[in-house]
Write a protein that binds this ligand. Structure first.
Ligand SMILES: Nc1nc2c(ncn2[C@@H]2O[C@H](COP(=O)(O)OP(=O)(O)O)[C@@H](O)[C@H]2O)c(=O)[nH]1
Ligand SMILES: [Mg+2]
Length: 410
């Protein structure tokens, strides 16, 4: 992908400059006003900066969004995707289903890391016992096998990553059951690794509807990154997958919230609507009936606020009646565990959901991802790791997360 910046007096002028330079296939990624400093701000005309991108294809792909609707090329694309599952997968996602070789490599490096830590602890332990000689009988009683100490190391690592003690115990207990004799460390490690991956499960993610548009509702507390995440995902579907997508917002509590999504809709050149009532929501869904996706942004609500909760339920009812829907609960990885539990339970009243975790870049411990998965039994579909739209998002990759849960960060 080639990315360049262009400036002009207006957005149109800057986009025109981009088209001239890079060709008509150029996609506008971002538009911002250029801020001039000091005196210049008063005298110089306003300037707009557009970031434009052009995908480099080995074969030219002339099919634009408008032309893919119902054309022969469209069905061809759909057929070729059918084998690969219906979940969205594209270059911009950085998800890359890992092949087993890759996983083995990761496991190898994880093992090296853990073993070196284990050896350090063993060395420290030996010097300690040498320094404080104990009664021989007592020492024998306290002696636990190397295997047990290695399991303990894994357990402590999980706790350091803020995996709830209850779940860490559960994982170790399951391990102990199958244990007999001298099990090699790599066997113990790959066993825990696999258990954790299985516990995370595999999310469906946003899928195409069988009939009509896929309605996708995003809910979650204020400030977790719902609107930003919607923009990232929408950008993927519009730019990479060339889908028709409409954005709605039911976040009518703050004007700025609606404007934020409108800006992204403008950048992506997709329709946008603010829906104030359930009737308006129903009408908007009907109007975009021939679209591939309709994403609905919502306001965060506190659980004490019955009115907000009712609005959310009503909106959900509209979507349920209108067609094939999916619901995502957006949570921040930086929120305290106790609060996450409360939020997750509150939203259960509204609908079943898959989860999206945001702000992974702002925390070094990912235990809450596992805790919430085990608490809610809802799968994690996406994670975001920065403020940049559209790139700072990935489909959730359990292997990567589990590796982190079993590693030390310091
Ligand atoms: N560091 C970081 N900030 C994020 C991420 N996602 C969103 N944000 C920021 O969080 C703030 C709130 O985001 P917004 O989308 O308005 O949240 P909403 O109230 O849930 O819609 C904004 O400043 C975003 O840039 C993320 O993955 N990492
Ligand atoms: Mg918002």
């Amino acid at each position: 992908m080639i990315i360049k910046k262009f400036t002009g007096k207006t957005k149109e002028e800057a986009v025109e400059a981009a088209r001239k330079d890079m060709g008509s296939g150029v996609v506008v990624m971002n538009v911002k006003d250029v801020k001039r400093k000091g005196i210049a701000a008063l005298f110089l005309p306003k300037q707009v900066e557009v970031t434009a991108a052009l995908e480099e294809h080995e074969e030219p792909r002339p099919i634009r969004r408008e032309q893919t609707r119902g054309g022969a090329a469209d069905s061809g694309e759909k057929d070729s995707r059918a084998g690969g599952g219906r979940a969205a997968q594209g270059s911009a996602w950085g998800t890359q289903q890992e092949n087993s070789q890759n996983i083995e490599k990761k496991l190898d490096s994880l093992q090296t890391l853990l073993l070196s830590r284990f050896q350090q602890e063993e060395a420290a332990r030996n010097t300690q016992t040498a320094a404080e000689p104990q009664e021989e009988a007592e020492e024998e009683k306290q002696e636990i096998s190397e295997q047990e100490r290695f399991v303990k190391l894994l357990y402590n690592t999980m706790l350091e990553n803020e995996v709830d003690e209850k779940y860490a115990n559960q994982i170790i207990d399951e391990l102990e059951k199958g244990k007999n004799g001298n099990i090699p460390f790599d066997y113990i490690l790959s066993n825990v690794y696999q258990k954790l991956i299985l516990k995370f499960g595999k999310a469906e993610g946003i899928t195409e509807a069988e009939n009509g548009p896929r309605l996708v509702l995003f809910m979650g507390p204020t400030g977790v990154g719902k609107t930003t995440t919607i923009a990232k995902i929408a950008s993927h579907f519009v730019m990479d997958e060339k889908k028709r997508l409409a954005l709605l917002t039911a976040d009518t509590y703050r004007i700025a919230a609606a404007e934020q999504l409108r800006t992204y809709a403008n950048i992506l050149e997709v329709p946008f609507r603010v829906v104030y009532t359930k009737e308006e929501a129903a009408a908007a869904v009907a109007d975009f009936n021939d679209y591939d996706y309709i994403f609905v942004d919502t306001a965060g609500h506190s659980h004490q606020n019955e009115e907000q909760l009712n609005n959310m339920r009503e909106l959900m009812d509209i979507l349920k009646q209108a067609g094939e829907y999916q619901t995502f609960l957006v949570l921040s990885a930086t929120t305290k565990y106790r609060d996450l539990l409360r939020i997750a339970s509150n939203y259960e009243e509204v609908s079943e959901y898959q989860m999206i975790f945001t702000k992974l870049d702002e925390t070094s411990t990912l235990g809450n991802l596992l805790n919430l998965k085990l608490y809610t039994d809802a799968e994690i579909a996406y994670v975001t790791c920065g403020q940049n739209v559209p790139e700072d998002i990935e489909q959730f990759n359990p292997q990567k997360t589990v590796k982190q849960l079993l590693s030390m960060r310091h």
